[in-house]
Ligand binder design. Structure first.
Ligand code: GSH
Length: 304
């Protein structure tokens, strides 16, 4: 992971997210404006552009909102493997940046502020009208897009907000970020704690799904949307690359059916790229995968 300091990008490992006790702590996002009718960023989808990467689970949240709401939001996809410039783009093709034509994402961040200091992350929501970024926090982007633009399922109905928040909080810590806490742990103790919490929550969700179709009862909500990117990467990436191997997703009958039900929702399968997940999570890493060899399997049938 790298870090931009006063406008200059520094490639770094372990980067700012790993503490001395070996525990991985994800830093907070730095750009947090909101799309609102009254503010400088009005709900006009044609103004906005998304910087994403297929393998990033946080960017995947935004790709899911885009798909489920049928939003006409243009996207630049970074190459799945970061290099010493972080997230990079090609000059043309599927990994080009048609908006600003940057070759590395840090160049876009430098346009937000020439002295920008912080991590260079996707997703990044861009406003072509003001030539700056709206937000680099996926949780905010999902919430603001859910309410600012019509169409698709109501992701955060006020009556369910407290339940949604409770699941979000638990799932973020132990599952979405939990897999990273396991995979990026620098000590046995940090790994043991992360992996135990992860599987405890998966077991709790498996039990919950015995009497409920969705996390918050009868309706698909933001909580389900935020769980899916981790589930869809689980068996091809986290199980092996991040040592989350107490069980596979396919070992949990209800969770596995639930994940396939989301996968079957209109537009969702188009947001998923299993081969790219493997490319990304099995990138060369001195700590985790020095030779960068990508495993061939597993073979999984996602049909319902
Ligand atoms: N808080 C951010 C986290 C995003 C994030 O950590 N993205 C990762 C990719 S999966 C990234 O861009 N990492 C690059 C880096 O840290 O250098 C969000 O949820 O939007």
């Amino acid at each position: 992971m790298g870090l931009m300091i006063a406008g200059t990008y520094h490639a770094e490992d372990p980067g700012p997210d790993t503490q001395l006790d070996g525990e991985f702590k994800r830093q907070k996002a730095t750009i947090r404006n909101w799309i609102t009718a009254e503010g400088p960023f009005p709900p006009d989808i044609a103004r906005y552009h998304l910087y994403a990467a297929w393998n990033c689970p946080w960017a995947h949240r935004v790709l899911l909102v885009r798909a489920l709401k049928g939003l006409d939001l243009s996207v630049s996809y970074a190459l799945p493997r970061r290099n010493d410039q972080g997230w990079i783009f090609e000059a043309e093709g599927a990994y080009a940046d048609p908006l600003l034509g940057v070759s590395a994402l840090h160049e876009a961040y430098a346009q937000v502020s020439p002295a920008y200091t912080g991590r260079i992350t996707v997703p990044l929501l861009w406003d072509r009208e003001t030539g700056t970024a709206v937000s680099n926090e996926s949780a905010d982007i999902v919430r603001m897009m859910g309410s600012a633009f019509p169409g698709g399922p109501e992701l955060c109905p006020p009556a369910l907000e407290a339940k949604i928040e409770a699941w979000n909080e638990r799932i973020y810590h132990s599952v979405n970020n939990g897999v990273y806490r396991a995979g990026f742990a620098r000590s046995q103790a940090a790994y043991d704690a992360a992996v135990a919490e992860l599987f405890e929550t998966l077991e709790a969700i498996e039990a919950h799904l015995a009497g409920n179709t969705w996390l918050c009862g009868d309706a698909f909500t933001e909580a389900d949307l935020r769980l899916f990117p981790t589930l869809v990467r689980f068996d091809v990436a986290y199980h092996y690359a991040f040592k989350c191997n107490i069980a596979r997703l396919t070992d949990y009958p209800r969770l596995w059916r639930y994940a396939r039900t989301i996968y079957a929702m209109p537009g969702v399968a188009d947001t998923v790229r299993f081969d790219i997940y493997k490319q990304g999570y099995f990138s060369p890493s001195p700590l985790r995968n020095p030779l960068g060899i990508v495993p061939a399997g597993p073979r999984i049938d996602w049909s319902l």
